[in-house]
Design a protein around this ligand. Structure first.
Ligand SMILES: [Cu+2]
Length: 134
């Protein structure tokens, strides 16, 4: 696995749910500076799981995830092959990631980590939108 940080800020890649050792876990203790390249050898040896990867830099995780730095990791150990479940990936077995986002009038992502900036808060009472603009 090769990770190149093409951002202009520190990031990490954390393997959420993978059973890997701490020295390749990608937590905040393993920052990747802008322009740096990190090479990892991940040995995946665990039961089937639906996991995900995401950045985990100190004080910037939520924003980086919001901006799209995340993805799914499906570990298949064959144990579900005999179950009456959809089995054709991409046809009847469709992994989904749902993420709540707001958009600015120009179509760009609007990121505001305040819980009072969420659409439900603003929709609950039109006065809330005015309160936020103060
Ligand atoms: Cu995580």
């Amino acid at each position: 696995m090769t990770i190149e940080n093409a951002l202009n800020r520190i990031t990490t890649v954390h393997w959420h749910g993978l059973l890997v050792l701490g020295d390749v876990d990608g937590g905040p203790h393993q920052p990747i500076k802008p322009g740096d390249v990190r090479r990892l050898a991940l040995k995946i040896d665990q039961p089937a799981a639906t996991d995900w990867f995401h950045p985990h830099p100190h004080h910037d995780t939520a924003r980086q995830v919001y901006m799209g730095l995340t993805g799914m990791i499906i570990v298949d150990d064959g144990s579900s092959a005999h179950l009456a479940l959809p089995q054709t990936y991409g046809m009847d077995d469709l992994p989904l990631i749902l993420q709540d986002r707001s958009f600015e009038p120009d179509g760009s992502l609007g990121y505001n980590p305040s819980p009072m900036a969420t659409a439900w808060y603003q929709a609950a009472d039109p006065a809330n939108r005015k309160r936020l603009s103060c």
